[in-house]
Design a protein around this ligand. Structure first.
Ligand code: 6GU
Length: 246
């Protein structure tokens, strides 16, 4: 192996399992760049129907919450069977449980998953979530991340899974046909990206910043860095900590 940023044609695809009660939802993963990455063997996404691990004629996956209250809770048994089945030959798998009650998913998680290359198992819930003992049980067997994609509530974790898969897949070597491109963009350097322009140089009376037409690469780099800092200060001051790059 050479450096991790080079495309290694012998690299095995990153194995990703998704267990859901809406497997059809993940057809979106066949579209666009992610579909090409699947076809090119960069990611190997396997979507499973949770109901395949139920054991009653109604294929029940939920039940009323102990302690009362609204909504339903996902039963633990189908989940434990599903997780055991998809990790049987993957002792280093990482279980990802999307939940608005989790830690915030960030670019650092995506980077770590892409670098580790451990198989990922996503367990998106509907209803009021999965019986809490499933995460507890799984933690004694594998790495478990309970992750939220932001401070809002979705109807279920499936959309969050698509978001997380897209974030990790695009970091895999070969995904964009350019192993170097993910490093200079928003969040990778702790700053938001500078604005981008293309032709024409004047459009509806609006000019492209002249430095970008100057051919002076150092000046362009300085300008982009200043813009990145200014944008970050305006839009995301929370990202500007005391130890941020300058
Ligand atoms: Cl991971 N799931 C749900 N249901 N809502 C969310 C979320 C996840 N992240 C933010 N909101």
């Amino acid at each position: 192996m050479t450096t991790s940023s080079r495309i290694d044609p012998a690299a095995k695809p990153l194995r990703i399992h998704v267990v859901s009660i809406f497997p059809d939802y993940f057809a979106v993963l066949d579209v666009s760049l992610l579909g090409k990455a699947r076809a090119a063997g960069i990611v190997d996404v396997r979507v499973h129907d949770l109901r395949g691990w139920t054991d009653d004629v109604h294929r029940t996956v939920d039940d009323a919450p102990y302690g009362g209250g609204p909504g339903m809770v996902m039963k633990p048994e189908p989940w434990s069977r599903a997780i055991e089945a998809v990790t049987r030959d993957a002792p280093n798998a990482r279980l990802v449980i999307p939940t608005p009650s989790g830690r915030r998913f960030t670019q650092a998680d995506a980077r770590q998953w892409a670098a580790d290359r451990s198989p990922l198992v996503f367990a998106p819930a509907r209803y009021e979530g999965i019986d809490a003992r499933v995460a507890e049980w799984a933690r004694s067997r594998m790495a478990v991340d309970e992750l939220s994609i932001g401070d809002y509530v979705l109807a279920g974790g499936d959309t969050a899974v698509v978001v997380m898969i897209e974030a990790v897949a695009r970091l895999l070597p070969g995904f964009m046909g350019n192993a170097d491109s993910p490093t200079e963009e928003s969040f990778e350097a702790g700053l938001l990206e500078a604005p981008a322009y293309t032709r024409p140089a004047v459009w509806r009376g609006l000019e492209v910043p002249p430095v970008l037409l100057s051919g002076d690469h150092a000046a362009v780099a300085r300008w982009r860095h200043e813009q990145a800092r200014r944008r970050t200060a305006e839009q995301r001051p929370d990202l500007l900590g005391p130890d941020m790059p300058d």
